[in-house]
Design a protein around this ligand. Structure first.
Ligand code: NOJ
Length: 567
């Protein structure tokens, strides 16, 4: 196997701190809880953890509005608790990367409080200020992107909520302060960062207005009601056009290069993964980001063989074209998206499809990222009472469509609940006990626990059940870890016309591995003509009764995921 960096072979697991594990019984996840679950994560087979923000925050955007980049939110513990967690993870052989939110701070961050206090304070130019709104730009979360501050008699720009003012990255002092914060954690030993929303750091310098004839609320509503293909196309075009001047502005390559140099000052192969799908931000392949997410893979209503094949063809060609060959990074879910189990289910075969999709992410070329809870098949829980929303984007939307568009409150609540990210952030279900074992029975968790914990969707029950989703993930992860071709091999699609199954090879000079994912409820007999190979030795199947088979006749069960080494 070629020598690879740790982040190339690692399986990453995203922890959403508020919902992962509650160590002190207050209904909110914390570091004590995370520390207690390190054994669990190790046994699952995870190599690296990505923590969504753990910093002090007023929580208008669940921690993505940071008020102190060098601290720990009190509800999660102390800095010492963080250090204990980091040390514990490292002792368990797991790396830790943190979420670095560069585009904006909280409006309660001392930098912003100072900046907004007058027009001539030392931080007056740390954010993006204007005397009057220079255009009709929208915040992607809550309407107008320019908000007035009486102290300055000026407006500040925010791509996200008004509580998340955009930093002025053209000011070198901002860079310096943020790089210092990054160094603070790197000095402590963290292994890298997931970079939040990097595309939004620089805007169009000409401040060009958008031309969409709708407000944000109207556009969202239009999208919900769009039915015909033409309406859906128009909605997509409007989304693109509404925000196209607000991201991807010039300057980001240089900024990423600078940050990369900061990381490269450290030993231990610290890494950066960008919350962006644009492979350009990998620079030469060796001077900007180490990874960017393959979001196009997950931007679909259904995972189909045709979609995945096309995605891989485009994506891998782009990675291969970089001067230093790029490494892929695949995921199907995170704290911003509907859970895999729900989103890619068909309502009838959700468990089977979730298993196929797990096998997909864990066998494609590139580094896989899992989202906490997917390993036990957690699904979306839609909250329809607006007073229970914690995702303030949903609260805003509910109010906007009731007040501005006259949508009846019951319908508005359902729509807002469906678009809310609360549904995929509910507490992890640890056992078949009240509150899913997340927190004591008498305590209200910060978001309701999905009641399906009582139907076997919990860690404890699944640990003891060999046929569970959890044990399926564990087996699959184990096979990945022990199979060099899956970690490091090339990818070659097979049977490229097949519409109901997806077959491909992963291969190194020493090993060829066949992966077949049957996305259909029908059994199949397949044959493969692979020079020099005759037999498919079973490494993994989602079925229990499978054995080695001749490449001339492989018998797949409905929805079977099969991994076989060729000989
Ligand atoms: C992307 C994060 O994943 C999301 O949760 C957050 O709301 C925005 N960036 C703003 O930070």
């Amino acid at each position: 196997m070629p020598t690879l960096k740790w982040w190339q072979t690692a399986l990453f697991y995203q922890i959403y701190p508020r919902s992962f594990a509650d160590g002190n019984g207050d209904g909110i996840g914390d570091f004590a809880g995370m520390i207690a679950k390190l054994d669990y994560l190790k046994e699952l087979g995870v190599d690296a953890l990505w923590l969504s923000p753990h910093f002090p925050s007023p929580n208008w955007d669940c921690g993505y509005d940071i008020s102190d980049y060098c601290g720990v939110a009190p509800e999660y513990g102390t800095l010492q608790d963080f250090k204990n967690f980091l040390q514990g993870a490292h002792e368990h052989g797991m790396r830790v990367i943190l979420d670095l939110v560069l585009n904006h701070t909280s409006d309660e961050h001392p930098w912003f409080l100072e900046s907004k206090s007058s027009r001539d304070n030392p931080k007056a130019d740390w954010y993006v200020w204007a005397d009057t709104p220079p255009n009709n730009w929208q915040s992607c979360f809550d309407g107008e992107a320019w908000t007035f501050v009486p102290e300055r008699g000026q407006y500040y720009y925010h791509y996200f909520m008004k509580q998340q003012p955009d930093l002025n990255w053209r000011n070198p002092a901002v860079k310096q302060a943020m790089w210092d914060a990054a160094r603070f954690w790197l000095d402590m030993g963290v292994d890298g960062f997931r970079l939040d929303a990097i595309g939004t750091i620089y805007e169009d310098p000409n401040l060009t207005p958008h031309t969409v004839p709708m407000s944000l609320a109207e556009l969202r509503r239009f999208g919900e009601l769009a039915q015909t293909p033409a309406e859906v196309r128009l909605k997509n075009r409007y989304w693109h056009e509404m925000f196209k001047y607000q991201h991807g502005g010039p300057g980001l390559h240089d900024l990423m290069k600078e940050l990369r140099l900061v990381l490269d000052e450290y030993d231990g192969d610290r890494m950066l993964v960008g919350e962006d799908e644009n492979i350009d931000y990998m620079g030469s392949g060796d001077d900007e980001l180490h990874l960017v997410f393959n979001f196009p893979l997950m931007k679909t209503d259904r995972i189909t063989p045709v979609h995945v094949r096309r995605n891989q063809q485009q994506r891998l060609a782009q990675l291969d074209a970089l001067p230093v060959r790029g490494w892929g990074c695949n995921t199907l879910g995170n704290h911003d998206s509907s859970r895999i189990y729900t989103r890619y289910g068909d309502g009838v075969h959700n468990p089977q499809l979730a298993r196929l999709n797990a096998a997909l992410v864990l066998t494609l070329r590139g580094t896989p990222f899992l989202y906490n809870g997917e390993e036990i098949g957690m699904s979306d829980l839609i909250i329809t009472e607006p007073e229970k929303f914690r995702d303030t984007m949903a609260t805003w939307y509910y109010q906007a469509i009731v007040q501005e568009l006259g949508v009846p409150p019951t319908e508005a609540a359902l729509r807002a609940g469906m678009m809310s990210r609360d549904k995929n952030r509910t507490p992890l279900q640890w056992s078949n006990a009240p509150n899913g074992g997340f927190c004591p029975p008498a305590v209200s968790p910060w978001l309701p626990v999905n009641p399906d914990y009582a139907q076997g969707v919990n860690v404890q029950d699944q640990t003891n059940n060999p046929a569970s989703m959890l044990n399926y993930y564990k087996r699959l992860i184990q096979v990945r870890r022990q199979t060099p071709a899956l970690l490091a091999g090339e990818y070659a699609p097979l049977h490229p016309q097949a519409r109901t199954y997806f077959a491909f090879l992963r291969y190194t000079p020493q090993q060829s591995v066949l992966v077949i994912l049957n996305y259909s409820d029908k059994p199949r007999r397949l044959s493969f003509d692979i020079p020099g190979k005759t037999i498919a030795r079973l490494l993994f199947s989602s079925e229990i009764n499978k054995t080695d088979e001749s490449l001339a006749g492989i018998h797949l069960a409905p929805f079977e995921a099969r991994i076989a080494e060729l000989g």
